[in-house]
Design a binder for this molecule. Structure first.
Ligand SMILES: Nc1ncnc2c1ncn2[C@@H]1O[C@H](COP(=O)(O)OP(=O)(O)OP(=O)(O)O)[C@@H](O)[C@H]1O
Ligand SMILES: [Mg+2]
Length: 238
């Protein structure tokens, strides 16, 4: 699903700039659930944004979902983002002038999905995220946990094969965090999707992931396989 080799991202001057990603090699299989750990500034979000097609690497090779991201045109990157990835950010990043339902519908509009089909998909995702009762509210009228549930509904509405999450529970209370984590894990399991989850929370990593990658200074310093446990299988309580 993901294959990176000698991947670098340098901010600023290519010679003397800041190497946020420093020669990474990485292989992630379809259906794997990876927790990305590391101290602040180690390059986690930079890597995630590159995988999301939101940022371009400086050099190296990167193949995601069969596409060489490095070589895609802006239009092809836009298509990749519509069809192949769902992204959940710590700060939600919902569109403020659109309602919850309109935010969730947007990826389907961009992907050219027919209106009738869009409605049933949006309804289903809002219900699964337990946010259906707030469907006509705008983001400023929603709590943090509610906004994050809308953001997750938006990320899964097009059933992407790759779900990327950057500290998705960082701003949530424990109960809401468990709820949104459960939702992400269920959807990932149903679609045999790949999950890359950034977290500072070791417990969350253990609960969600089948593998942990530890980053430091733009490099991986450990790569650990975790045993599959009942807590992580679909339908179980986190
Ligand atoms: N747009 C940018 N321009 C210049 N430097 C940047 C930019 N974005 C990130 N950096 C730098 O790249 C490095 C990696 O940043 P990144 O956001 O990937 O870290 P992180 O591991 O996600 O940290 P955190 O846990 O705090 O979110 C940091 O030193 C950061 O200052
Ligand atoms: Mg970050």
């Amino acid at each position: 699903m993901i294959h990176a080799s000698r991947l670098t991202k340098i901010y600023g001057d290519p010679e003397n700039g800041l190497k946020a990603i420093d020669g990474l090699n990485l292989k992630i299989e379809q259906g794997q659930r990876v927790a990305l750990l590391g101290r602040s500034g180690s390059g986690k979000s930079t890597l995630l944004n590159i995988l999301a097609g939101l940022d371009r690497p400086t050099s190296g090779e990167l193949i995601v979902a069969g596409k060489s991201l490095f070589e895609l045109s802006p239009a092809e990157i836009a298509h990749y983002r519509m069809t192949s990835v769902g992204v959940v950010f710590q700060s939600f990043q919902l569109i403020s002038h659109r309602t919850a339902a309109q935010n969730v519908e947007l990826p389907l509009i961009l992907a050219g999905v027919h209106a009738a089909q869009r409605k049933s998909r949006v309804d289903e995702c809002l219900q699964r995220a337990a946010i259906d009762h707030r469907r006509d509210h705008k983001p400023t009228q929603l709590s943090g946990g509610e906004q994050q549930r809308v953001a997750i509904a938006r990320a899964i509405v097009a059933k992407p094969p790759l779900l990327l999450a950057d500290e998705p529970t960082g701003n949530l209370d424990t109960q809401t965090a468990e709820q949104v984590t459960r939702l992400m894990l269920d959807v990932v399991a149903e679609n045999n999707a790949t999950l890359v989850l950034i977290t500072h929370d070791q417990e969350l990593a253990k609960t969600c992931a089948t593998r942990t990658l530890q980053m430091q200074d733009g490099q991986f310093i450990s790569d650990t396989a975790l045993p599959e446990t009942g807590a992580r299988s679909a339908g179980a309580t986190v």
